[in-house]
Design a protein around this ligand. Structure first.
Ligand SMILES: [Zn+2]
Ligand SMILES: [Zn+2]
Length: 500
């Protein structure tokens, strides 16, 4: 008996008859054909019988979403001649790894199909990498993806590169944001015909996080003003740990404001003795003689205080508070998946390192981001869980987040998020199996050995995150609905070509 792969997430179109798929019959729902010995009209009925399942849907999942139940063909059909092609189909649930046999009943006789069907899913990706032909150092290599692709097969997902074997080059950018990636990829993206089953997989150099902070509001702005004897015309202020002025990240940004860059947003304010003093932006400069790594990463400000804002006392120092709006670089990402578009990226390096991240680190990032694109970690049955989402696993955290609240959350929703926040320092729904988080001085610290690639960071203080899903999450991935024809499936990202 043969086991035929049935690709339940693909439609019956000839584009998908390729690379191991030999006919349209292997795509989408099950179609029935029967042969009869005699050409007398016969009443026939077909059914699909579940033989085994790797990851069955739970009762609550089936209750929330009808696609998670097998939809059998309804009614009897009458044969004409010895060959019968039934107009009915069986719509299989979207999970992988389920084995079915087919039964046909005509008259008193029931016949079983000689072959069984095993459910699979197939998705595609176009590989793009940054390269500057004039500089051998500016050449981002693609890690060996074989182990990752083989691993996904154990979850009944085939990931195929398109065009097969091709790596598409895009211009090199030392530091890229999501907007940059969209801009660079658009003209080189050639796989629109496979949307929405296809992702752009971009290998980038570095991915700094760009964010606005208000010193004195978002983070403390407490300063001490020295007595006059010690020299009090200049105030030195260091940005909080891990935050660096947005300078030297992108040439265009540095060139703005007559070459002063965009890191400083407007004037500052110094509050001392209950009085506010304006600090003109021209009196605030970045100390570029003091850097974090490789001559980059500037986090020290030198502020010339106006005469009236200085401490008038000769000897004693005085407490004051600084308020200042800045654009900062808030760490580097190992990679990310765009929330709406079909693009995900993995970085070669981080934190101004000259050395590349290791292959396992890059593959961990890839798997994690791909996991997000495939709907991990689902939060069905929880507050922000939707109808199509599978039941949230027990080690899920970060599922109470405004990113799940829609574009314009009401005050009630904001209040709910504030009071039920379980992000533990990370953003969005993740899996904490094996890791332990605790809050120290307002900052979340993680220890232990993460067991899941869907942990919210690339490592804890004890161990790196693995490349694979934990047992619970692997079972979830096996039954994710990757059929975009279902109005509420996971695979609903839009084309990067439609992005601004
Ligand atoms: Zn994540
Ligand atoms: Zn997990």
């Amino acid at each position: 008996m043969a086991k035929l792969k049935q690709y339940v997430n693909l439609p019956q179109i000839s584009l998908f008859v390729e690379r191991g798929i030999a006919s349209l019959d292997r795509l989408g729902p099950v179609h029935f054909k029967a042969n009869f010995k005699m050409d007398d009209p016969m009443l026939a009925q077909f059914r699909t019988v579940l033989v085994s399942e790797v990851s069955p849907y739970t009762e609550s999942e089936k209750k929330r979403n009808r696609w998670y139940k097998l939809q059998e063909p309804v009614g009897m059909q009458v044969s004409e001649g010895t060959e019968m092609v039934s107009g009915t189909t069986a719509q299989l649930p979207p999970s992988g790894g389920a084995v079915y046999k087919i039964e046909a009943r005509a008259g008193e006789k029931t016949v079983e199909s000689t072959d069984e069907i095993e459910t699979w899913r197939r998705l595609f990706f176009q590989v793009l990498r940054m390269k500057d032909a004039s500089d051998p150092k500016k050449d981002v290599k693609v890690p060996n993806l074989k182990d990752t692709l083989d691993y996904y097969k154990t979850l009944f997902v085939e990931l195929l590169d398109v065009p097969e074997g091709v790596q598409t080059e895009i211009p090199y950018l030392e530091n890229a944001t999501s907007d940059d990636l969209i801009r660079l990829v658009k003209p080189k993206y050639t796989v629109k015909d496979r949307e929405p089953w296809v992702l752009a997989l971009v290998f980038s150099n570095a991915l700094p996080g760009f964010t606005a902070i208000e010193i004195g509001v978002d983070v403390p702005g407490n300063v001490e003003l020295s007595g006059r004897l010690w020299g009090n015309a200049e105030l030195v202020f260091e940005l909080p740990k891990g935050k660096y002025a947005w300078w030297g990240m992108k040439p265009d940004d540095d060139a703005e404001n007559g070459g002063k860059g965009i890191w400083l947003q407007g004037n500052g304010t110094l509050t001392a003795d209950g009085k506010d003093f304006v600090i003109p932006r021209d009196s605030i400069r970045l100390d570029t003689s003091h850097s974090f790594k490789a001559g980059k990463g500037f986090n020290r400000l030198r502020i010339t205080l106006p005469e009236d804002a200085r401490n008038q006392n000769v000897l004693l120092s005085k407490d004051a508070k600084l308020t200042l709006r800045l654009w900062v670089m808030d760490g580097f990402a190992g990679g990310f998946a765009l929330r709406d578009e079909n693009l995900l990226t993995v970085a070669r390096t981080a934190w101004w390192r000259d050395t590349e991240k290791t292959e396992p680190e890059k593959l961990q990032t890839l798997n994690h981001e791909l996991g997000h694109k495939l709907g991990m970690v689902p939060k069905g049955g929880r507050h922000f869980g939707r109808r199509y989402e599978l039941d949230g696993p027990d080690k899920l955290y970060g599922d109470v987040d405004l990113i799940y609240a829609g574009p314009k959350p009401t005050q009630d929703v904001k209040d709910y998020v504030r009071s039920h926040d379980n992000a533990k320092g990370h953003r969005g729904a993740h899996c904490e199996r094996g890791a332990k988080g605790k809050k120290a001085d307002g900052v979340w610290e993680w220890s232990g050995k993460p067991e899941c690639t869907m942990f919210g960071a690339t490592s804890t203080e004890d161990a790196p995150s693995p490349q694979k899903f934990c047992t619970a999450c692997a079972k979830l991935l096996i039954r994710q609905n990757l059929d975009p024809a279902h109005p509420d499936a996971v695979l609903s990202f839009k084309s990067l070509l439609d992005s601004k």
